[in-house]
Design a protein around this ligand. Structure first.
Ligand code: SF4
Ligand code: ZN
Length: 308
């Protein structure tokens, strides 16, 4: 006997939502997904409808699902897509093509920052520096800083990222294992602007598991990348994510519990270590807790190597 959708009770269910004990047909799943994104935006008061929202799109399923769902929820909002072409062979151009397809489909303006054209640097160049094979950490620092800059230049007041439930629960779990209490604030659902004129940062998919973002893309025909980044292997966060997945097999609600418990104690975690006061980077002028910001230090590493 086919399982019938638990919402409409008339169509065959295709999607199992184990943590909610729900089986849904494709139409009801899409409604369920979009409703949760909207509820999350409202729960954390992420933005009002009269602001310009920029969605940081990587080409992956999460940010693609986010941009598409945001367009459905807020058809009248000023929405732009921001993308960084990281100069990763084959991968970066493939991602950009998928994003162009998606933004054309949604009639959303796309802004692209080409790392090599603008700064003369590609992510692969960091292989020759002390980062060696650990390119995700340097890539993360570079992306965070460039998205801030792009948001300023495009007059985006709110920058939305596609961090999903596993990303956030994984980072929380990892920070907990290593006692990195001061790092917890980074995963807050809403981060205020670092300085005047900069964007606040929001994570509307914080309650959306990655496999549901994927299903949403498939059911809605949302284009997203079909190949993996060649530099993605073996990071610490990935190992914690595997541990989380194992635990979630025994308790489907486990990732949500991690997220909810840490969100509850976030105000306490924020005060474990005083926040460093922010000055300005002497090279780029962006807010920084040191004389030269982490971004400029890293870009300079590659430039120095070239000179040597
Ligand atoms: Fe950058 Fe790592 Fe993502 Fe590749 S997998 S795009 S190196 S963060
Ligand atoms: Zn700087």
């Amino acid at each position: 006997m086919p399982v019938v959708c638990g919402k409409c009770r008339s169509t065959k269910a295709e999607v199992q939502i184990p943590y909610a004990r729900l089986n849904l047909c494709p139409t009801c799943f899409v409604d369920f997904f979009v409703a949760r994104v909207k509820k999350t935006i409202e729960e954390f008061n992420m933005f009002h409808e009269n602001v310009t929202v920029g969605v940081a799109v990587s080409g992956g399923k999460d940010s693609a699902a986010l941009l598409h769902a945001m367009r459905q929820i807020y058809p009248g909002i000023k929405l732009v897509a921001l993308h960084i072409n990281l100069g990763i062979p084959r991968y970066s151009d493939h991602c950009q093509t998928k994003i162009e397809e998606l933004t054309d489909m949604l009639h959303v303006k796309l802004h692209v920052f080409d790392l090599y054209e603008t700064l003369g640097v590609k992510i692969g160049d960091f292989k020759k520096t002390s980062f060696k094979e650990k390119l995700c950490s340097v890539c993360g620092t570079i992306k965070r800083r460039i998205f801030e800059e792009m948001a300023m230049k495009t007059r985006v007041q709110v920058l939305a990222t596609g961090h999903n439930l596993e990303d956030i629960a994984g980072i929380m779990f990892n920070n907990f294992l290593y006692g990195r209490w001061e790092q917890f604030v980074r995963v807050k659902p809403v981060l205020p602007p670092l300085a005047e004129g900069m964007a606040s940062k929001v994570k509307p998919l914080i309650r959306s598991p990655g496999n549901e973002n994927l299903l949403y893309c498939l059911y809605e025909g949302v284009p997203f990348r079909e190949i993996d980044c060649p530099f993605s292997k073996g990071t610490g966060v990935r190992k914690s994510a595997e541990i989380l997945e194992t635990l979630a097999r025994y308790n489907p609600y486990f990732k949500h519990q991690i997220l909810n418990r840490f969100l509850e104690i976030m105000p306490l975690l924020e005060n474990v270590k005083p926040k460093p006061s922010l000055g300005k980077c002497k090279v780029c002028g962006f807010p920084s807790s040191s004389e030269t910001c982490a971004f400029c230090k890293r870009i300079n590493l590659v430039k120095q190597l070239r000179k040597a």
